[in-house]
Design a protein around this ligand. Sequence first.
Ligand code: CA
Length: 232
Amino acid sequence: MIIQMERILIIEDEEKIARFVELELIYEGYQVEKAYNGRDGLELCKAQPFDLILLDIMLPGLNGIEVLRRIRQFSDVPIILLTARDAVVDKVTGLDGGADDYITKPFAIEELLARIRVALRKKAGRNTYLDPKELTVGELKLDPMKREVHVKGKLVNLTKREFDLLEYLLKNKNIVLSRDTILQNVWGYDFSGGSNAVDVYIRYLRSKIEEPFGEKFIYTVHGVGYVIKDEE
Ligand code: CA
């Protein structure tokens, strides 16, 4: 069984605080990355998926509000701001800028942990809210809420990975996806099994959703990857 640990990024220039929070979060079972300035934090956030970001406002160079603004251009990851006492303007600007919550320094670690749990729960709810609709291609229907797939009205049993892969392809219907992109989004950043895992699972999928039904949904784009599209 693979245990999916939630990944948290701490962007905080006070290294002592960053390390203290990191240790507490690791103890709680989270996976943690740190950045000591806004620019590094932003780069990390672009390069890897995180479930939550703790973002200090007072950072050298690129400040927290600016980092927040730039992250929101490509991600709706939950962000909790770490603010200095009495920095009311920062809090308002931060929340207006799309932060989910803030906590004032110095904070009790229990309070921070509680706020993290709330933000992560909200995130889980947010995903469900954003994607309740059925995904279809031809006579294939995928219901993300029930996690069911029907082809020509017949229920098809898929493993979790097969389902996730199919869902990802369907969400990106008509977009050619490289093996690496698929790996990162379906298997996750930490996966080290090599990109032929994608080919293997595409074969599994085809044997379940295409071959028994004489249908074709997944197309191989040689030298690139895969795409799901309506039959031409
Ligand atoms: Ca600071």
